[in-house]
Design a protein around this ligand. Sequence first.
Ligand SMILES: *Cc1c(COP(=O)(O)O)cnc(C)c1O
Length: 440
Amino acid sequence: MTSRARILEADKRHVFRPFTPVEDHASEDSLVVVSGEGPYLVDADGSRYFDASGAWWCNHLGFQHPRIVAALRDQAAHLCHAALAGATHESAALLAEELVKVAPAGLDRVFYTDNGSTAVEVAAKLAFQYWQQNGRPERRIFLTLSGGYHGDTVGAMSLGGVESFHRVFSPLMFEVRRAPDVMELGSFEAVIGWMLDVLAKEGDRIAGVVIEPMVQAAAGMRFYDAGLLRALREATHRSDTFLILDEVFTGFGRTGPMWAADHAGISPDLLCTAKGLSAGALPFGAVLVSERVYHGFGGGPGRAFLHGHTFCGNPLGARVALEVLATYRDESVLARGAENAAHLRAAMARFERIDGVRNPRAFGSIAAFEVGPSGYFGRLGWAVEREARKHGVALRPLGNTVYVVPPLITSTPDLDFLLAGVEAAVRSVLLEADLGGKPA
Ligand SMILES: *Cc1c(COP(=O)(O)O)cnc(C)c1O
């Protein structure tokens, strides 16, 4: 087996890491993962870490779930890939049928992509082209939130609004109508109120409202109420424009029910999914749309949606996603997620009593708090990350926002291990910051 040192040497010399400052890559004592077991990563040196960011928010069933691995093996034995244009295959066809069954009502068609960003690109392109060729070409602008995160491709960035990630690319982006940030307006009520106002006044120019439902994740795990989502649905109906929900993070039970839209009892016109869709095993994504949207592309070859990724509907990904849905049914994954959600809520109530912990909160299988002023470049969160390693927990804070998104089927002892590790790390970092007398 290749040694740990050898892997790190090749990595440091040749890998260009995502979301990683060059100096940190050079200096950091990185994990070298050789395997995964349930919620844990195993390092080449034999140590185990609870992966609190869930392989970047997608590991809903734990690493190497036996059913997922078996499904992957089985599919790989007869078909790894085939194009989905001019042909179809069992996994993509049956998955579409199963996805429609669990989707919010009225979403009957599935367009496959290969990740979350491209799902968002596809949703935006579908909405735009729909209006261009269905009698409302003046509907050209998307209405979005500040702090939204929809992925890192140019279209997804245009719709997003995380300043620290996206500012440098602003000359490349298309124009959107972006509500002022919640920090500026003071509440999500005011932010959504601003959007309702735009819809009332200029709704006939809006191609669609694009939002992360219930949770602005990358902005720092900011939660908002179901009533606001419902109000947006009603307003988009009134203006006859599309509601496009980015459920890439929130889908597959991350917030409790299958979709965050279920909290509000609504159905969007287009819904983007990825991450939990393939339970963190493979890159895979999809956009679910209504029949109305689908039929807007009928009427001749010139009206077709001329967009497709090489790996659209990839058989391995589709087979895994089918197995994910079957596992959710057979193993009552959402019910187990609900038990963990209660446990996380109780833990965050306890964290209220730790001096220096700000706004501890939990929603579904997401728990978060701040250890200093929010913002992606805060360094105290990273001090907590370093300290947590000593307790067997791998975190990936958003600046000073520390969060955990454990697999939905994490056992109670494992969840307690995670929470105890985070608490110990936070206490020692905040104590040090306090003794230093100077908050970072
Ligand atoms: C992660 C994420 C994306 C992007 O998905 P990728 O698979 O990383 O391209 C889009 N939207 C939301 C809400 C996300 O959390």
